[in-house]
Design a protein. Structure first.
Length: 135
């Protein structure tokens, strides 16, 4: 299922049909079917392009619901971080899910534990003494 999922930020703020067409217009299949959460801008876009929405799939598929919940949990970790990196977070999540990496929390905790053992003062001094300096 994860190979057929398109995860990308379409935009922020008010959305228009042209914005959506720029992002997903090229990837829609010839069957003219799409699954989405019911949002007015998606409904207008799908109606304009004669695309049939299949919302029952999202509501009844436990796999789709789990994917969506996992994605929301994943994105919650990045609250307060610049939205310009949103596509990176979504891509990393999709990669982790497609490679069946299910223990994300354990890996993140292990990563935090590893970086907390680095001596920050030494790292800062080494960066300042490096040949390439950003000051």
């Amino acid at each position: 299922m994860h190979n057929n999922i398109y995860s990308r930020a379409v935009g922020t703020g008010r959305m228009y049909a042209n914005d959506i067409d720029n992002f997903i217009g090229k990837i829609l299949n010839n069957n003219k079917k799409a699954c989405s959460r019911p949002k007015q801008f998606f409904a207008l876009y799908f109606k304009k392009k004669n695309i049939r929405e299949i919302n029952e799939y999202l509501d009844n598929s436990s796999e789709a619901v789990k994917y969506r919940c996992d994605c929301m949990e994943w994105m919650y970790r990045f609250r307060g971080v610049a939205t310009k990196y949103l596509n990176n977070y979504l891509s990393l999540f999709k990669f982790l899910k497609s490679s069946n990496f299910n223990n994300i929390s354990f890996a993140i905790n292990k990563f935090i534990e590893a970086i907390s053992k680095i001596n920050i003062e030494n790292t800062y001094t080494n960066m300042r003494n490096a040949k390439i300096c950003f000051n």
